[in-house]
Write a protein that binds this ligand. Structure first.
Ligand SMILES: *[C@@H]1O[C@H](CO)[C@@H](O)[C@H](O)[C@H]1NC(C)=O
Ligand SMILES: *[C@@H]1O[C@H](CO)[C@@H](O)[C@H](O)[C@H]1NC(C)=O
Ligand SMILES: *[C@@H]1O[C@H](CO)[C@@H](O)[C@H](O)[C@H]1NC(C)=O
Ligand SMILES: *[C@@H]1O[C@H](CO)[C@@H](O)[C@H](O)[C@H]1NC(C)=O
Length: 462
């Protein structure tokens, strides 16, 4: 091998070798032991601590069952939960973080059907650093590929604006879709033909700003919080094109010529980004902010908002569902979303999305989901309000409400219409002989499979 090294590399290697010998630690000799501690030595002391005593602990009834049954284990009120399922696992003497073990019981004691590693499909926004706006005007926190590497197609930003607070005029390379979570805001934009848009949105409404179109958001009287979804997993809220920055970073003489004003017009421009900052309250009469040119306004199918809050949910056995996709909100040509309510114990049925990964946001409640990846890996994740989930294209998943309150779940796809394949419907509509030959399930049981998509299956026994 050495023969193949060029002379300068050899010289460098020998220099490094000499260097490592010369650099033996000189100061603080008490920090290290001695060569006597290396390997077997009859004088070494063996301390045989008993680790059986992990303290008092309680096993839940489902924890002793066959691990493959995989019932949800609610560790929230269990003292000293242990990583045991049926005959699998064992006790944990530590180190550990009990509060997290209680929150993520399917991580501590996974169902026996989990196998291998599907990659992470969960991010709690509570782990995201809050980016604080100016003068208590609001904040944001984000999830992107940095924290959830498999989430390549979409990223999310949760944003709070206090009454009158602005998200500064800006644009970005990605397209932005949003759901208002609380409160109300005025949104406005100017597109490439000079058509303008202004509208007010309230809790449950959605908006969309195409890539590159500059826009702003200002909270109305009650303030607001919303969830933004971008069609790029690497999107970062730290990397948008801000009005303050484009003005700060071009020669004032050029700006003056360009905007037909005196150079002195730029004497008092802000010193760097505003991002989120307090503003003059938006006029109640929206018409006062309806600025137009001969190009007119964006209306009808070109509108950047959709008043989803006014759309009635479709009731199903285990909850309800409503969809907003380009069939009714055409400007958001790739964003297809479902807002699903899952009652306690109910199940958003096992399914997958044939055209797109799913980026999801848990708005309320407590849930779990198993992500199955080919050929044979599966991981069960526990989700709480404020968590992002991500299920890659065509990989099956369900969402089970394991808490006492409704789960409200937002599912967002990059697709021209919302679509999913239902495991139940697939197996019910496949010739029964084929299913029987494949899965060795009785004809009697196959007859019970749902031929219509349940969407959300009711709780067992309800
Ligand atoms: C904000 O919206 C969430 C989800 O709808 C709801 O649970 C929560 O109570 C709301 N908070 C306020 C202050 O309205
Ligand atoms: C620009 O503003 C300065 C300061 O107000 C003034 O002295 C100057 O005459 C103005 N120039 C033009 C071209 O208006
Ligand atoms: C803005 O003005 C146009 C007419 O120029 C009108 O069609 C549109 O509805 C107005 N929009 C708002 C938000 O008032
Ligand atoms: C199907 O299940 C039955 C009942 O357990 C068993 O006797 C039979 O061998 C199984 N058939 C196949 C093909 O595995």
């Amino acid at each position: 091998m050495v023969k193949h090294l060029s002379v300068p590399r050899l010289a460098l290697l020998s220099l490094l070798a000499i260097g490592s010998v010369d650099c033996a630690p000189a100061s603080n000799p008490g920090l290290r032991g001695s060569e006597d501690l290396l390997g077997y030595n009859p004088t070494n002391v063996l301390s045989q601590e008993n680790t059986d005593d992990v303290g008092d602990y309680e096993l839940l009834p489902g924890q002793k069952e066959d691990a493959d049954i995989g019932e949800y284990l609610d560790f929230s009120n269990v003292e000293n939960p242990q990583p045991i399922r049926g005959s699998k696992g064992g006790t944990d003497p530590g180190p550990r973080t009990p509060a997290l073990d209680k929150l993520f019981s399917d991580r501590l004691a996974p169902p026996g059907t989990d196998k291998g590693d599907v990659g992470n499909a969960q991010w709690s926004l509570a782990l995201s650093k809050v980016k604080q706006g100016k003068q208590n005007a609001g904040w944001s926190r984000q999830q992107n590929e940095n924290v959830l590497p498999d989430a390549e197609a979409m990223a999310g930003v949760d944003m709070r604006l206090e009454p009158g607070g602005y998200r500064e005029l800006h644009w970005h390379v990605a397209s932005e879709w949003a759901l208002m979570l609380n409160g109300s805001a005025r949104v406005q934009a100017v597109q490439e033909d000079g058509k303008t848009f202004v509208d007010d949105v309230s809790k449950g409404d959605v908006w969309f700003f195409p890539a590159g179109v500059p826009h702003s958001i200002q909270a109305l009287e009650g303030g607001c919080e919303f969830m933004l979804v971008f069609d790029d997993g690497s999107f970062s809220e730290d990397n948008t094109f801000l009005a303050s920055e484009i003005i700060a970073h071009n020669p004032k003489s050029v700006l003056a010529q360009n905007l037909n004003v005196n150079v002195s017009a730029f004497d008092n421009i802000p010193d760097g980004e505003l991002f989120i900052f307090p503003g003059t309250p938006a006029p109640k009469d929206i018409e006062k902010q309806n600025v137009t040119s001969s190009a007119g306004t964006l209306q009808g199918k070109e509108s950047y908002t959709y008043h989803f809050s006014e759309q009635e949910a479709h009731e199903v056995a285990g909850g309800s569902v409503k969809i907003v996709d380009p069939l009714t909100f055409p400007i958001a040509s790739k964003f297809s979303a479902a807002l699903v309510t899952i009652k306690p114990g109910a199940l958003r049925e096992m399914h997958w999305h044939p055209h797109s990964p799913e980026w999801s946001f848990f708005i309320s409640g407590t849930a779990r989901a198993t992500l199955f990846k080919p050929p044979n890996t599966a991981t069960t994740f526990d989700y709480h309000a404020g968590d992002v989930g991500y299920f890659p294209q065509s990989e099956s998943h369900y969402v089970q409400n394991v808490g006492d309150d409704d789960v409200i779940l937002l599912e967002v796809l990059q697709a021209d219409h919302f679509a999913d394949i239902s495991l139940g419907q697939w197996l019910a509509l496949t010739p029964h002989q084929i299913v029987k030959d494949t899965l060795n399930i009785s004809e009697e049981d196959i007859n019970k499979f749902p031929t219509e998509k349940p969407v959300v299956v009711a709780a067992v026994g309800s």
